[in-house]
Design a protein around this ligand. Structure first.
Ligand SMILES: [Zn+2]
Length: 328
């Protein structure tokens, strides 16, 4: 696996303006296996999907810069580049995977049983849904042919860029869609007698919780010294407000499940998703404060999402209009 990684780093340094020093060297990295596993997924996925969308050649790498917690997509000398920073993976791995024993909580014992059935550690599944969301979000930016950073958290000096809100919306939907698909693939691995409404609901909740927890880690600036939380806004900054993003991500996730013939009441699996998140954060304030913002602004949020959808539908370069190419 390491050889392919090294070869890939060499090619990027040769063909682009990206300096080999900012491409992460994995040689002595303590969580090398985590990086390599995701690298392989991204490498293979780009190989399969880039030709379908006419974004070749495309490359993935880990950006090696201290205290830089982000992901991005850009073009360089005709090459399409998707990057995730070293620290983003490291921080997510620490908080979601290694320093976390949420599934030891009594209220989540049913998940331990389910985890044994699908033979995947659920902390790993949470981490997978977080990183896959990021990958597919950035992939959508490549398809949009838009340079951009993932940037969960935005600087206050960021100006409002209406076009950017639309592109972020489109990229988030792609992330949400593929996490849902990924979870359904796991469900398919269950033997017939274990495929039931309860297991499906719980698995879908894990996938959604992985996305939600990631957004909340950034929203509450868990990786940041500055803990100031963004007040609610509509037309500000480069990305829509976290509550707006969470809201359309959840409803898209449910719609994708529905398209796959799965009818689960949204309250039913949100209850599970919120329970997992509350236990993760060891407090119910993370979710309840968000719900309060949502309830206070529900009408504005719904209208804003509708206007994002309306504008996004008019743009032919968006993933939304090109999604069928995945099936070519
Ligand atoms: Zn983005």
């Amino acid at each position: 696996m390491m050889n392919l990684y090294l070869e890939n780093s060499k090619i990027i340094a040769e063909r682009t303006k990206i300096n080999s020093e900012i491409i992460l060297d994995l040689e002595d990295n303590p969580i090398k296996d985590i990086y390599l596993k995701l690298f392989h997924f991204c490498y293979d996925n780009l190989k399969i999907n880039s030709p379908k969308f006419g974004i070749e050649p495309s490359y993935f790498f880990y950006y090696n810069k201290e205290n830089f917690i982000n992901a991005g997509a850009t073009r360089d000398n005709g090459n399409y580049i998707l990057m995730i920073s070293k620290d983003l993976i490291q921080k997510l791995h620490e908080s979601i995977y290694s320093n976390n024993s949420i599934f030891k909580n009594d209220r989540l014992t049913k998940y331990v049983e389910l985890s044994n059935l699908i033979k995947v550690d659920f902390n790993e599944l949470l981490l997978q849904s977080s990183t896959l969301f990021t990958y597919y979000h950035e992939f959508a930016h490549l398809v949009q042919k838009n340079d951009g950073n993932f940037s969960f958290f935005e600087n206050t000096e960021n100006l409002f860029i209406p076009e950017s809100h639309i592109l972020e919306y489109d990229a988030d939907l792609n992330g949400s869609q593929f996490v849902c698909g990924h979870i359904l693939d796991y469900y398919e691995t269950l033997s017939i007698e274990n495929r039931n409404h309860e297991n499906l609901k719980n698995l879908l909740s894990i996938g959604l919780a992985g996305i939600l927890i990631t957004f909340l880690l950034f929203y509450y600036r868990e990786f940041d010294d500055d803990k100031s939380v963004d007040e609610f806004y509509l037309d500000k900054k480069s990305h829509p407000h976290t509550m707006i993003r969470i809201s359309y991500i959840i409803s898209h996730y449910q719609n994708i499940a529905l398209e796959n013939g799965i009818k689960i009441e949204i309250v039913e699996f949100l209850k599970e998703t919120f329970l997992i998140s509350d236990i993760f954060f060891k407090s119910n304030l993370y979710i309840s404060n968000c719900l309060k913002i949502y309830e206070e602004n529900i009408e504005q949020i719904d209208n804003y999402i509708f206007s994002l959808y309306d504008e996004a539908s008019k743009r032919n370069n968006l993933m939304m209009q090109n999604h069928m190419k995945y099936n070519i």
